[in-house]
Design a protein around this ligand. Structure first.
Ligand code: G3I
Length: 373
């Protein structure tokens, strides 16, 4: 059994601590699964630490993306979310197709629901995302627009959405995944406006909310390499042009077979921090489907990756948040995207903590970090 934090484990098994410890000790000594005695006492375990309480005591943010339907319909989802996290990112509710399904007609009900939940639970919200190459409404992708029209439409979209959440959403993924494998990715924005669409988007977001911290967010550039170098050059140039860029989001969508090594992630975070930028891990999940090992081995390897990436972030002052792309295997984008089952997150589909959860608890518990604000 993974070396787990007994206090934390108590949370998930409704047993007084002493019985739980005796039960586990009996199992480990005899190596057999002795049935744990019926609880004789009704003493409640002391309030065991949660990811949220551990993060907050270090003035750090630990977060997850939020599926608005699960938040609305599943009590276990909303309870776990409020208990374990102090930062949320709407998974789709703030995207272009969701918020402006028809030109000039805005629909914010789903995003409002998530923002209201976050406000009620003192959580930070990462607005996601204002400009992306995909998930765009048909009126935009099917239309024929001049450069001036595209500029007007994108500006109106950004100003409307960012202004609406001023004071409630103060971190935005302004531009998402603009980088291909080393050059800018083709998109309606790049073709129709030119590469300056990136700088413009940040200027408009700044105009709409002067207090917001504006991020560039991408995947595949977490460690060192061609794409990481291209992102570094992009954001360095933006800063040199006076673009109001506050930070870079490293998405960290990885798998058991493909992930950046910890020292490259550290070096990349450090060089971005040396530019005066914040760094956040913004979408971590660890795909398990391409690994043929037994599930127990896969879960242990998955836990190691989660723990290492959090440790790396905690070791860099400029790394201010660690956000995962979901928290329960019941709600991950990966099975729908790949057409195969997967177990990429830190709670299983029944909201039981996996080894990865305890690896994050351990990384936070061992961190001596005290946040900057
Ligand atoms: O809500 C509709 C539903 O009414 C309809 O029946 C169903 C079938 O068509 O689609 C539902 O919308 C889907 C939406 O997720 C909500 O589940 C969209 O089709 C689907 O494209 C959308 O996928 C999301 C994807 O971004 C595109 O927005 C994924 O959930 C989301 O996890 C994924 O997240 C991205 C980040 O934003 C950026 N980084 C990569 C990450 C993973 O791709």
């Amino acid at each position: 059994m993974e070396s787990v934090n007994l206090e934390v484990l108590q949370r998930f098994i409704r047993l007084p601590g002493i019985l739980l410890i005796l039960g586990i000790a009996a199992c480990s000594l005899t190596g057999i699964q002795t049935p744990i005695a019926k609880p004789a006492l009704t003493v409640q375990p002391a309030q065991a630490p949660t990811l949220r309480s551990l993060a907050q005591s270090r003035r750090f943010y630990i977060g997850t993306t939020v599926n608005v339907n699960a938040l609305r319909d599943e009590a276990a989802y909303s309870a776990t979310l409020a208990r374990e996290f102090n930062m949320v990112t709407p998974e789709v509710s703030m995207k272009f197709s969701e918020t402006e399904p028809q030109r000039g007609i805005f629909t914010f009900a789903q995003a409002d629901y998530i923002v209201a939940f976050a406000q009620a639970h003192q959580m930070q919200v990462r607005g996601h995302n204002l400009v992306w190459y995909t998930d765009l409404p048909a009126w935009l992708t099917n239309g024929k627009f001049t450069r001036a029209e595209l500029i007007t439409m994108l500006r109106d979209h950004i100003i409307t959405e960012v202004k609406r959440y001023r004071g409630q959403v103060n971190i935005w993924d302004v531009v998402n995944e603009a980088m291909g494998d080393g050059t800018l990715r083709d998109s309606i924005w790049l073709r129709g406006i030119g590469p300056e669409y990136i700088d413009m988007a940040f200027q408009w977001a700044r105009e709409a909310n002067p207090q917001a911290r504006l991020f560039y967010n991408d995947y595949g550039g977490e460690g060192l390499g061609r794409k990481s170098d291209a992102i570094y050059a992009l954001v360095k140039g933006m800063l040199q042009r006076g673009v109001p860029l506050a930070g870079v989001g490293l998405q960290m969508h990885i798998s058991l077979n493909s992930y950046p090594n910890q020292k490259d992630v550290l070096a990349n975070m450090q060089r971005l921090a040396a530019l005066g930028l914040e760094v956040q891990i913004t979408e971590m999940d660890v795909k398990t489907q391409d690994d043929a090992r037994p599930m127990q081995a896969k879960l242990a390897a998955q836990a190691q990756l989660y723990g290492e990436m959090l440790q790396t972030c905690l070791s860099v002052t400029a790394c201010t948040a660690f956000v995962m792309w979901g928290f329960t295997d019941a709600h991950s984008w990966i099975p729908a995207f790949t057409g195969r089952p997967d177990y990429p997150l830190i709670f299983d589909a029944l909201y039981r903590p996996k080894p990865a959860y305890f690896a994050l608890v351990q990384a936070l518990s061992q961190s001596t970090r005290v946040g900057v604000k």
